[in-house]
Write a protein that binds this ligand. Structure first.
Ligand SMILES: [Zn+2]
Length: 103
């Protein structure tokens, strides 16, 4: 559903806050690929920090979780609507680690 791509992009960008650069691509399987990069973290000789996750809503959540962690670690004091998701993001991270440990 590429028709909703720009709408999703706008929504994600507004949630991610002013530091984020949100881009949604569509891969060869017609799935959304979410890319969130940081406009401040430009290291010489390195790519900008970014989270890149394929998939639908799961991909969006995974990319946004990484972004929330990046903001809290690297840019404390930054205000962004997505920081409200931090407890959920930590919960999901915990679950993923447990699943990986079990596997
Ligand atoms: Zn950053």
């Amino acid at each position: 559903m590429t028709a909703s791509r720009s709408a999703r992009e706008k929504k994600a960008a507004s949630e991610a806050g002013s530091l984020a650069r949100v881009k949604i691509d569509v891969d060869a399987n017609d799935r959304f690929v979410y890319k969130i990069s940081c406009s401040q973290c430009v290291a010489r000789g390195h790519l900008k920090w970014s989270a890149y996750r394929p998939g639908g809503d799961n991909g969006f959540m995974a990319a946004m979780d990484r972004w929330v962690f990046h903001l809290t670690e690297k840019h404390p004091g930054t205000d962004a609507p997505c920081l409200a998701f931090l407890p959920d993001a930590q919960q999901r991270l915990h679950q993923r680690r447990e699943e990986q440990g079990a596997g």
